[in-house]
Design a binder for this molecule. Sequence first.
Ligand code: SAH
Length: 250
Amino acid sequence: MSGWVVVAGLGPGAEDLVTPEVRAALAQATDIVGYIPYVARIAPREGLTLHASDNRVELERAHHALQMAAQGKRVVIVSSGDPGVFAMASALFERLEEIPEFAHIDIRILPGITAMLAAAARVGAPLGHDFCAINLSDNLKPFDLVEHRLRHGARGDFAMAFYNPRSKSRPHQFARVLEVLREECEPTRLIVFARAVSTPEEMVTVVTLDQATPEMADMRTVVIVGNSTTRRVGAWVYTPRSAPDGGATS
Ligand code: SAH
């Protein structure tokens, strides 16, 4: 029997948001590989081995998955949200690039609903015009680069989604992010703090930039900053699809 590796997105949390394609791959798998909280979402069954590992070991995890597939196993690497968004799909290809013996392995990437889209849908349509997504973690890049991209995103008047906004190991960086936003954007700019979207712990708050505090974000939060036209209509937040003429900033 020939093995394969699927990199699957489990969506933001709710079972209803796992795609049928991902469910089918999980049902055929012999082995599940992933970060502990994501593997915990998979129901144990006979014939299925769960391999949960800590974070920051993405390349080892990818290697392990490829090795098992080479031995004929059917392996699903699980990510939360979408596997291509700050997640395991890139780690798999990084390892594949390093080890040519794995080149023949059957690989499929199955998309999932990424956190910013689940969060955007909760409040309305804050990403309805041009937007970008920035991972605020400096695990894999210097914080200077985070700050640079953030400033240019704001100057380009993109709506922005921030992943990994704040952790215990780097509590001050999100305060710095808010400082940069205050330098670049007006105080009434709308910001959405969406925590644990589609789980029982979900909490979604919309504030203006002058009301935002670093404590409003943690590692389970995705933050969406509107562009200069993002506004409220009733209880909703949306960004119009069009930009005014001459809307380009510096
Ligand atoms: N691949 C994932 C992102 C992994 S990075 C995806 O596509 O969603 C982890 C970050 O994703 C968290 O720090 C948080 O910013 C965001 N995140 C993941 N699940 C979330 C959820 N249910 N609600 C809000 N943010 C979430």
